[in-house]
Design a protein around this ligand. Structure first.
Ligand code: DAH
Length: 340
């Protein structure tokens, strides 16, 4: 009786296991046969009805059946697992013979290239590169640079105001004041950065552009130092035969002030399209720092003197790469930028 029952369970199990399609189904079979309420477990529970002298033999049979079913389950599990892995591998094949996707490397913008060059030259002469805020106090941008409230120079630099006292800096010159106020002398610095003016966009104007400020303060600094420094700068930037020329100009924060021209690097001074037939190209404003400017920032003009200059970065980038429209620098057109 018991023996037949066990035989029946084993055969039924073998039949089910033979047909199962996945691991979940297999588990289901395990539960219905071997689980707490499973069929084989039911047989074990009915052992109490078996005559005591028959129990060891019946118990042995039950255990054997259980072992057989477990072995069959394990064998099926291995097969199903292998089949599942196989399917997964097939689904995820990678064709290693496909050509690799080539990465597109970017490169520096013409502005950055020009700035790196200017930095390299001045760092080579012992200058420090410093930074200043783009959102600036009116005091630093104008007043401390000798441009008081109603000075006409304020009109030339149509300004974006945040409020009465705060604005977007119109020049990098306020960094001069911040550096002087730190009180560490001597000073030899350049300060590159963005500046803002309410200008209409055209081939030579943009409401946001870049300047590079330069400043040297020490005992005994003269206009000769200014000329020598900028002559060397121009040679390194535009070539060894480049000459510089200083034209008197006015800036409120320098006295005397000048604009500095370099010989056209294209025609070497003969006159061409690049320099509009002049042979010379203006590249920066400069001068000896006004004694009042030194004084306002706590430096004694009787002991110290210095020079300063302001370069338009875009102008340098446009000249070096012979680009004739400043807008090209900002349009982010890859076809243009890829050329540098
Ligand atoms: N900040 C001036 C401008 O925006 C440029 C300049 C001229 C800077 C003379 C200087 C300087 O430091 O000495 O036009």
């Amino acid at each position: 009786m018991m023996k037949e029952k066990l035989e029946e369970i084993r055969e039924k199990a073998a039949g089910q296991i033979g047909q199962v399609q996945d691991l979940e189904g297999l588990n289901q079979i395990r539960v219905t046969i071997l689980g707490k309420k499973g069929e084989l477990t039911g047989v074990l529970k009915s052992m109490r009805d078996v005559a005591p002298q028959d129990r060891p033999a019946v118990g042995k049979m039950v255990n054997e059946t259980r072992a057989q079913i477990e072995a069959a389950l394990e064998e099926a599990r291995k097969k199903l697992a292998a089949r599942a892995l196989d399917a997964k591998m097939k689904a995820e094949t990678i064709d290693v013979t496909l050509p690799a996707r080539s990465g597109k490397l970017g490169h520096s913008h013409p502005n950055t290239l020009a700035l790196d060059e200017v930095k390299r030259i001045f760092v080579g002469m012992g200058y420090e590169v410093v930074d200043g805020p783009e959102v600036e106090y009116d005091y630093y941008n104008f007043e401390a640079l000798n441009i008081p409230a109603n000075h006409p120079a304020k009109d030339e630099q149509d300004t974006f105001y945040i409020n009465d006292k705060i604005l977007l800096r119109t020049q990098t010159s306020p960094v001069q004041v911040r550096q002087m106020e730190r009180g560490k002398l001597p000073i030899r610095m350049i300060a590159p950065g963005r500046v803002y003016r309410a200008d209409e966009v055209d081939a030579t104007h943009s409401p946001c552009f870049h300047q590079i400020e330069g400043m040297v303060i020490d005992k005994g600094i003269t206009f000769a130092d200014l000329k020598g420094t900028l002559a060397e700068f121009a040679k390194q930037l535009f070539g060894p035969d480049t000459k510089v020329k200083f034209r008197p100009h006015h800036f409120p924060f320098t006295e005397p002030s000048a604009e500095c021209d370099v010989t056209c690097f294209k025609c070497h001074g003969k006159g061409c399209r690049m320099c509009k037939g002049e042979g010379w190209i203006e590249i920066l404003g400069c001068g000896m720092i006004h004694p009042h400017v030194l004084e306002m920032s706590g430096i004694d003009p009787n002991v110290y003197s210095g020079f300063a200059f302001g370069i338009g970065l875009e102008r340098i980038a446009l000249l070096k790469d012979e680009i004739d429209d400043m807008r090209l620098l900002y349009e982010n057109d890859i076809r243009f930028l890829d050329q540098f």
